[in-house]
Design a protein around this ligand. Structure first.
Ligand code: AMP
Length: 279
């Protein structure tokens, strides 16, 4: 696997792949790779002629009080994993390459970027949209694979790609979970054994809501009550939000139907975890 550290070289490498007639699959990550990330790589491998990945812990998407400094970094192991999956090239720039001194431009997806996680984490989606814009400009025309674990991110990026005419197709991929249901996340590494047990309440609350939907419940208010009931019953978990929204616009819906996103974010100790399902 070729490791590339500059935007200019990444542009050259990906242009060569396309010139050779290949469709480029792109998997952007912040590293600390787990099976969730690797599921995106495998999907990209199955559907595209070549696969490139990126590892960049993007300072712009972390709030001033968030976990940028302690975010897990396992670069050598990540390189081994991506190599074993047959990834052709890894883009792993330094912060100064992505944000050279003097950089002033950011990308804000207004409206949708301030919903769900964007409401809880002001500026987060501007950080995401800005770095993903830069990554897309480094890779060029591609199919880009993102996890539905970050469903709001997928909605924001789909909006951005449509609004700004990127030559990129966003592919949303299913959430990968541990055997007990906990959605895999690099941030799970922060959890103590006891916190990890408590964290299962996110999956339980969503499961309760999913069960009621399967039983015919369509009222968002009734579903929210049911989900909140499960979340509130768990000690040591502070709910950030529970939301029943349209998965495209992230605006609340009164009744659930196909395409409705049910999303939860909660703090387990100091760790903020998210999970969701789409009806
Ligand atoms: P991150 O490194 O956390 O920025 O995630 C990189 C990509 O992996 C994003 O598109 C995430 O949505 C995706 N991802 C993270 N966790 C999972 C998971 N458990 N299942 C599927 N995709 C995931």
């Amino acid at each position: 696997m070729r490791i590339v550290t500059t935007v200019a070289e990444m542009q050259r490498v990906c242009a060569e792949f396309r010139a050779a007639g290949q469709v480029v699959g792109f998997v952007p990550t912040m590293g600390a790779l787990h099976e969730g990330h690797l599921s995106l790589v495998r999907r990209a491998k199955a559907e595209c002629g070549v696969v490139v990945a990126s590892i960049f812990v993007n300072p712009l998407q972390f709030g001033p009080k968030e976990d940028l400094a302690k975010y897990p970094r396992t670069f050598e192991q990540d390189v081994e994993r991506l190599t074993a999956e047959g990834v052709e090239a890894l883009f792993a720039p330094e912060v100064a390459e992505m944000y050279p001194a003097g950089a002033e431009t950011t990308v804000t997806v207004a409206g949708i970027g301030d919903r769900l996680d964007g409401a809880s984490r002001p500026g987060h989606f501007t950080g995401v949209a800005t770095v993903v814009t830069k990554l897309f400009h480094a890779v060029g025309r591609c199919r880009a694979f993102f996890g539905m674990k970050d469903a709001a991110q997928v909605a924001v990026l789909r909006r951005m790609v449509a609004d700004l005419n990127f030559e990129v197709e966003i592919v949303g991929c299913p959430i990968v979970r541990d055997a007990d249901g906990l959605a895999l996340s690099s941030r799970n590494a922060y959890l103590s054994a006891e916190e990890r047990q408590r964290a299962l309440v996110l999956h339980r609350a969503l499961g309760e809501m999913q069960g009621r939907i399967a039983g015919g419940e369509v009222s968002s208010a009734a579903l929210m009550d049911a989900g909140m009931g499960v979340l509130k019953a768990q000690d040591g978990v502070v709910v950030d939000f529970l939301a029943v929204v349209d998965s495209g616009t992230l605006l609340p819906v009164e009744q659930v139907g196909p395409g409705t996103l049910v999303a939860v974010a909660a703090f387990v100790g100091k760790t903020r975890l998210i999970d969701n399902f789409v009806v």
